[in-house]
Every structure is written in structure tokens, then in C-alpha cells.
Design a protein around this ligand. Structure first.
Ligand SMILES: [Zn+2]
Length: 190
């Protein structure tokens, strides 16, 4: 079957029944409805002109996106209703960067084994976190910071913008002599 350069999207009309019949072999991803043929996946359109068959070959999954169980680094960009931290995933452990910037969501239930009342007790906007991907699909990807090595790895003072230093179970600004609550990773940088 000859392939077209065009990528078809799910639900996109790729032909009419007068031109082609959907091929139901190894790529059963084209279907007929009311005289039109649609693609059911993101894929490459293939045509057999002599047999008048049309098929869609799914594109291989992009490897340069986070996958299940990846340890990733991200920065908290915003917080929704005290319960979800919206995180920009910056890269994967080992220095691999993803080809696109993707969003990760950290829900309050994925902070620690104990119940916390607000996501603000764990992370704040601007914090850098080390997290693990717990969803198989995305974006957005679901993240967890449960576990000793996961959590905030770098945070800054909201008043003087100096990096906060770890002091016991809290983070501290030595300039302002203030302490801040976080879910701190054992790999905290300062
Ligand atoms: Zn400060």
C-alpha cells in the first residue's frame, strides 16, 4: 500500500466510499459511516489504488514524552483550589529533555502517606520538584511526590528570593529568619 505524507487525526474524513473501501487487515483503523471513510487513530494514510483500499497505520508512540514510572523534574506553575499543583515538566532524570514542554498534575493525595490539609503545605508556586509519573497517558501527566527522594528539591524565599536552606523538616531563609513548610525531597539541593 502506498503511504501518503499526510497524518490523519481521529475522526477525520479521509475518503468517500465511491473512491475507496476501508481495509480491514493489519491496520483496521479506517471505518465507514454514511458513505464517508474516517480515521480512528493518529496515523499515516495508506492507499492501494488498484484494489481501491484505504487504511490508516497508527504512528508509533513518541518516545520523547514522559512515560509511566519516569522520575521527572518540574516547576510548580499554579495551584488549583488548594488541592492540585500544576507543574511544568522540564526533563527526565538523567538529563533527558522531552521534545515538548508538558504539564504534570500533582494532587494533594499524592504528596505523602499522611493526610495534608492544603497542597500549600507541600509545594508553592515557583518550587522545583522531583516527582514520579503515575499515569500511562498524557499530557497532562499525573505525578506523585510520595517517597523519601521525591518532593521539593529547590525553593526560594517569597520575600528576598534567596534559595531556602533545609533545616530539619523545614526550609529556612537565613536573610529573613523565616521558616517554610514543604514536602522536602531527601535530595534537596541547598
Ligand atoms: Zn528571605
Amino acid at each position: 500500500m502506498k503511504s501518503e505524507k499526510k497524518i490523519a487525526l481521529p475522526g477525520e474524513r479521509i475518503a468517500v466510499i465511491e473512491e475507496f473501501m476501508p481495509y480491514s487487515g493489519s491496520y483496521p483503523y479506517a471505518y465507514e459511516e454514511d458513505g464517508n471513510i474516517y480515521s480512528s487513530v493518529v496515523g499515516i494514510v495508506r492507499k492501494d489504488l488498484s484494489k481501491r483500499l484505504i487504511a490508516v497505520e497508527p504512528v508509533p508512540k513518541c518516545t520523547r514524552l514522559p512515560t509511566y514510572n519516569d522520575v521527572v523534574y518540574g516547576q510548580v506553575m499554579s495551584v488549583i483550589k488548594d488541592t492540585v499543583a500544576v507543574t511544568k515538566i522540564l526533563g527526565k532524570e538523567g538529563g533527558t529533555r522531552y521534545e515538548v514542554t508538558v504539564t504534570g498534575l500533582l494532587h494533594i493525595s499524592q504528596v505523602s502517606e499522611t493526610v495534608i490539609r492544603s497542597i500549600y503545605d507541600a509545594v508553592r508556586i515557583g518550587d522545583y520538584i522531583r516527582a514520579k509519573v503515575i499515569s500511562r497517558h498524557g499530557p497532562p501527566y499525573l505525578l506523585t511526590i510520595k517517597g523519601r527522594d521525591l518532593g521539593v528539591i529547590l525553593a526560594f524565599c517569597p520575600f528576598c528570593h534567596q534559595p531556602l536552606r533545609r533545616h530539619g523538616t523545614l526550609l529556612q531563609c537565613r536573610n529573613c529568619r523565616l521558616s517554610f513548610k514543604r514536602k522536602i525531597s531527601a535530595m534537596y539541593l541547598v
